[in-house]
Design a protein around this ligand. Structure first.
Ligand code: OXD
Ligand code: MN
Length: 620
């Protein structure tokens, strides 16, 4: 049955270690999906929602101790500590293997081991990769059905000798004879989310939730894939991918990295407010990019579904997400309405008078705690999104014209700033930051740097990852010592005539003097996308400033938008003093990564500092 010898041998080894009662090879079909739900319904952890309101959908309540990714228990076990970098928790691999052997020994007693062959990316795409997850959680099997492509076609693609990423997962709660199972088995006190970059293996123990357990997502598609991408000369990124089409019918594709709570899913599915423009979705979380023969970076969304944060999602903030989840959906840790549907904070302006909260307790608007857990999730097939682009599963991927880096900054960072070169764009990504809370607004000392939104997801030393980005811009990863940074404005690579994407630093969250958001955001962000589109077409006007290329004041289409008279100018102003105050913070940020920080980034920092000082002098 299993033609792949490496897979068969690994299965034998894992079966001996974990001692499950039985082994089931997953087919990925509807019968199997429904069977998982019968098991979960029997166990009392899942509930079928009202068929009239939310057909073929389920509500699951996790253990309150297992509700989110746990970064402090996530490890990168490279041979050398230096290769994990200060951005990761490191444990020496032999020591970690000993720990894992102890934890996994007999961990599936009384349970079934499901074998999930899955593809990240459309099967057959040269950008896709295959993984196999072994898990003792039917909830994980059901979610993997939606989030990845599962089944025989993956085994066929693997063939006898193909490579796959082995992903072993256990909730860490063996059942001995006579033991009664609990609704949501887990073992939070022994949580381990472990990656071995050298052998490209993932071991996850103790949690059944989200990114800890659906190993194709953060563990494979970002942490392990970033290592593979470094070795093979491509990019595995925490980015949405969108398609934008102008009124003449010309389309371009844009990727964007934003830290959590910056509206990534909303941007991926936005409804433009400017007439005649259209935005469609390719992906909302992860983007894999490889160079095509045309010298452009071609992107796929390696996932097949959305695992989105429910609270805050509404018909106002993201109608396309709401319309994606009308049926065939899994909801985890949301609240339940009295008529068997779901609710979460922000879904409607007025909450229902009575709910059952995410822990199964009665809830009314007077309750002290939120009805849904803040990290409550929906799992839904991407194909259900009303604005999913027709080409979202194209094997060749889509050519990327622009890359956005963004954060939540109430001061200093303008609405949009175009890098004058790939090198400066990498610098923008490397210094990306977000304010931790609204309370910290304006206090630049309280920023969290989250480079390329990859801080929790880069599977190796962040400074080496910046170096990899610099090398990508020079073509095939070659170092040519040419530090001119390609300032000729056409964004061609210095080496091989690559057509690199343009890079933009965006900030939807700048505030005005009265502390209010200066920019309306959401669908109005299409105005910024329009300028970026026009820049890529070679028509949008920009002015050279000490921090990069900003839109000429008339180049940003604000027609019909009610901003205060100085609004646009303020959103696009270059705050010389604010940026000068930022310089030592960036120096400190780079210093924290030490010697491996690429010279190119130090050069960009010096360039920025020089330009700012010159501008300050000129201003007198
Ligand atoms: C996610 C995350 O769940 O970034 O996508 O944490
Ligand atoms: Mn994410």
């Amino acid at each position: 049955m299993l033609r792949n010898k490496q897979l068969a041998a690994w299965l034998d080894e894992m079966k001996t270690l974990c001692q499950p009662d039985a082994l089931v090879l997953c087919s990925g079909d509807d019968r199997e999906y429904n069977e998982m739900w019968s098991l979960l319904l029997d166990r009392g952890v899942a509930k079928r929602l009202n068929e009239d309101r939310r057909p073929n959908s389920y509500l699951v309540r996790s253990d309150p101790a297992d509700v989110a990714r746990v970064e402090s228990r996530t490890f990168i076990c490279s041979e050398a500590e230096r290769d994990a970098g200060p951005n990761n928790n490191w444990v020496e691999p032999t020591a970690m293997r000993a720990t894992l052997n102890g934890l996994f020994s007999g961990c599936m007693r009384g349970r079934i081991m499901y074998v999930i062959p899955f593809s990240m990316g459309p099967v057959g795409s040269p950008i896709a990769h295959i993984g196999v997850e072994l898990t003792d959680s039917p909830y994980v099997v059901a979610n993997m059905h939606i989030m990845t492509r599962v089944g025989q076609e993956v085994l066929d693609a693997l063939g006898e000798t193909g490579d796959f990423v082995p992903c072993i997962h256990s909730v860490g709660a063996p059942l001995d004879s006579g033991d009664e199972d609990v609704p949501w088995p887990c073992n939070p006190n022994n949580l381990h989310i472990v990656h071995f970059p050298a052998s490209r293996e993932i071991w996850s123990f103790g949690s059944g939730y989200g990114g800890n357990a659906l190993l194709g997502k953060k563990c494979f598609a970002l942490r392990i894939a970033s290592v593979i991408a470094r070795d093979e000369g491509w990019l595995a990124e925490h980015m949405l991918i969108l398609k934008i089409t102008n009124p003449e019918g010309i389309s371009r594709y844009i990727a964007g990295a934003f830290p959590s709570a910056c509206g990534k899913t909303n941007l991926a599915m936005l409804i433009p407010t400017i007439p005649g423009w259209q935005v469609e979705t390719i992906g909302d979380d992860i983007c894999w990019m490889k160079f095509g023969d045309d010298g452009q970076l071609h992107a796929i969304n390696p996932e097949a579904g959305f695992f989105g944060v429910a609270p805050g999602t509404s018909m106002d903030s993201n109608p396309n997400a709401m319309l994606s989840m009308t049926d065939n959906c899994i909801f985890t840790n949301v609240a339940e309405t009295d008529d068997g549907d779901v609710w979460w904070e922000g879904m409607t302006k007025t909450p229902p008078a009575h709910l059952t909260d995410w822990q199964g307790r009665d809830w009314t608007p007077d309750s002290d705690e939120p009805a849904a857990h803040p990290n409550a999730r929906f799992t839904v097939a991407a194909a259900q999104c009303p604005v999913i682009a027709d080409e979202w599963e194209d094997l060749a991927g889509v050519p990327i014209s622009a890359i956005l880096f963004g954060g939540r900054r109430s001061t200093v960072v303008p609405l949009v700033n175009e890098a004058r070169s790939w090198q400066q764009g990498v610098f923008f990504g490397a210094i990306m930051s977000s304010e931790k809370t609204a309370a910290a607004s304006g206090k630049i000392g309280e920023l969290r740097r989250d480079p390329m939104a990859m801080l929790p997801f880069c599977g190796y030393n962040m400074a080496d990852y910046w170096g990899h980005w610099i090398n990508i811009g020079r073509g095939d990863g070659a170092h040519d010592g040419d530090h001119d940074g390609d300032h000729d404005g056409d964004h061609k690579g210095t080496k091989t005539g690559l057509k690199l994407p343009r890079i933009y630093y965006v900030n939807w969250f700048r505030k005005n003097a009265t502390g209010k958001y200066a920019w309306p955001g959401f669908g109005e962000n299409s105005r910024v996308l329009k300028w970026i589109f026009e820049r890529c077409e070679g028509v949008g006007e920009a002015i050279d400033t000490p921090i990069g290329n900003l839109p000429a004041i008339d180049a940003l289409d604000v027609s019909g938008l009610r901003l205060d008279p100085n609004g646009v100018a303020a959103l696009l102003s270059v705050e010389i003093d604010g940026w000068l105050e930022e310089i030592p913070l960036i120096e400190g940020h780079f210093a924290s990564y030490g010697e491996p920080v690429p010279t190119a980034l130090h050069q960009e920092l010096n360039w920025l500092k020089q330009r700012l000082l010159e501008a300050k002098q000129e201003a007198g």
